[in-house]
Design a protein around this ligand. Sequence first.
Ligand code: PRT
Ligand code: ZN
Length: 296
Amino acid sequence: MSNQLNAPLGVGEKLKLAIQKSGRLSEDSIKLLKDCGIDLRNVKDRLKTEADNFPLEIFFLRDDDIPQYVEDAVADIGFVGENVLYEKNKKAEVVEQLGFGKCRLSIGVKRSDDYTDASFLNGKKIATSYPVLLQKFLNENNVTAEIHEISGSVEIAPGIGLADAVCDLVSSGSTLFMNGLKETETILQSQAVLIENKNLSEAKQQLLNKLLFRIQSVKKAKKNKYVLLNAPNDRLEQIISLLPGMKSPTVLPLATEGWSSVHSVISESDFWDIIEQLKANGAQGILVVPIEKMIL
Ligand code: PRT
Ligand code: ZN
């Protein structure tokens, strides 16, 4: 990858990226580009803009249209939810999970229903904006049900007698709850992904590798914290053994005799465990700092 990163780029080539114009993915998509050091010109009420400091052109679209634009090579790449990508079933390759827009596509039934398994749905009417993914789930479970496709406010369908159940996106679950429904099965776990057209030119592939390198550094940084602490020298060995660091922790002597300052990187997932163990081993003055970029 490093060779590709250093290779000269096609003169005047720009990578065309499609992102959601206005909706749940818009803000995070623009923030991710910003975290990657890419400044966009005026993003308000525009269909298209360019980055100031990266050969990138950005199209603002409805999320449903993004897979088609990427398949047709009108856009080279796109940021879109897996739910939309798999429902549209277009020829575009998933390159990277982006870590935002997380939700799940689930079956919801009335709270009073006695749901045991998918066979409950036999002969029922299910409202959804995801007929393709729902039909696939029904087939896999040998269920025959009527799919009622609607484009919005799916969750009100059972309450107004339009359907017996729903298949809709859920994140906190409060929309289902407020509509007297309960979540029973998850059909798909989803998050925003970077997709690419399958036939990118060599020059565009190089640009994508550059962008991807930045995205991965930003993602890694978010998953890790920088930790600084003071350690008594007689406990240094135990404390160091708790801190992997990128290679190994940095240890510097403190002005106070018998103490050292230890710097390291720890992962968000074992963060509290490690902090507790550090304290138990005599570490003091523990500072935890967010990391902006992380390049290994
Ligand atoms: O106009 P455009 O077509 O571009 O936007 P849209 O209205 O189709 O999509 P939008 O902006 O609502 O969502 C864009 C993408 O965000 C989706 O395709 C998902 O990938 C992702 N996402 C993440 C969500 C949710 N979380 C989500 N909670 N999309 C929709 N919801 C809705 C859901 O449909 C339901 O109505 O939120 C409600 C449920 O939320 P909870 O928290 O009450 O469970
Ligand atoms: Zn949409």
